[in-house]
Ligand binder design. Sequence first.
Ligand code: SAM
Ligand code: SF4
Ligand code: FES
Length: 341
Amino acid sequence: MLEMLKKIQKDNVTLEVLEYLISTNKYDNEILSFADEIRKKYVGDEIHIRAIIEFSNYCKMDCLYCGLRAPNNKIKRYRMSPDEIFRRAKLISEKNIKTIVLQSGEDPYYTTEIIEKLIKRIKSLNVAITLSIGERDFKEYKIWKDAGADRYLMRHETADEELYNNLHPHDTFENRKKHLFKLKELGYEVGAGCMVGLPGQGARELAKDLLFLKELDSDMIGIGPFIPNPNTPLKNAKGGDLKLTLKIIALARILIPTANIPATTAMGSLHPFGRQMALKSGANVIMPNLTPNPYRPHYTLYPNKICLFEVDTSCIECVKGMIKDLKRKVGQTYGFRVKVS
Ligand code: SAM
Ligand code: SF4
Ligand code: FES
């Protein structure tokens, strides 16, 4: 089996082989431990901490799975002002965290200029900036890159075209792909990724996700379980499985060895040690929640999201403790993707 895993890491892997590995449980332990070895070999023992500020939960989109979708009137909407966002970023930089992730729903209230000015201000704090604000105009991506943004997170969600189009009434997979490749072309480090356990998604669809991540040569890969939200059309769906999600994370590490792969919040929300397990199966990044109160509990993508009632900044100490318990090291750099010559 080890030979087969070495082969899929080095050579072009087929959809059929990936589909087989995903559908059988026979080799799960080997896949997870091989991914951990590959992680150690290519990106080392450092775990990079990226602090996330969820600055607005307004969203004009209606992704069927997400609690922030526009038609959901069961949540209290909020927007942080640019000053509030900057103050938070400053606090984070003073705690020696080197990356700030600015995340929101697709919220046109934040114009090209507002985001541009914010990037310039936050850049003065000597941090890397990741944007995760959905699909915007190609011109805006360029302006924000020029202003100093380093990375852009926008999951491809699912690489099965029909499923993508069903889940996104106002978007197509073709379009999502165009955005991701454009961001790459502009020089961003790009983060794609998918949910595991979407209704209608099986081994073949997940194999397509992995092949897509490889085709994009995704610099960052966010993979988490789908967790059904009672205020969405998918409220009765089954949702993602921990073991299967771990295996998809591990396969992503094997196929794209130098990518930065977070142990996602959704993993921690599904299982109390979900993030630790991900960090032992190929992941090398953790994204503590630094959204200030009173906003934090209102960024409800799915139920039982962790860290909601913690003291505002305690997630930083919490993830440092987690890294220590795992006998790994806190990343001291900006944590850009390592280049292999
Ligand atoms: N609006 C931006 C976007 O869609 O790229 C950024 C914020 S969006 C809430 C971040 C991610 O949350 C999405 O890419 C999606 O994969 C994830 N998400 C949304 N609803 C979810 C759910 N019910 N379970 C698990 N993950 C979910
Ligand atoms: Fe909006 Fe992002 Fe949620 Fe889709 S996933 S509804 S774009 S916040
Ligand atoms: Fe938020 Fe542990 S990371 S409390």
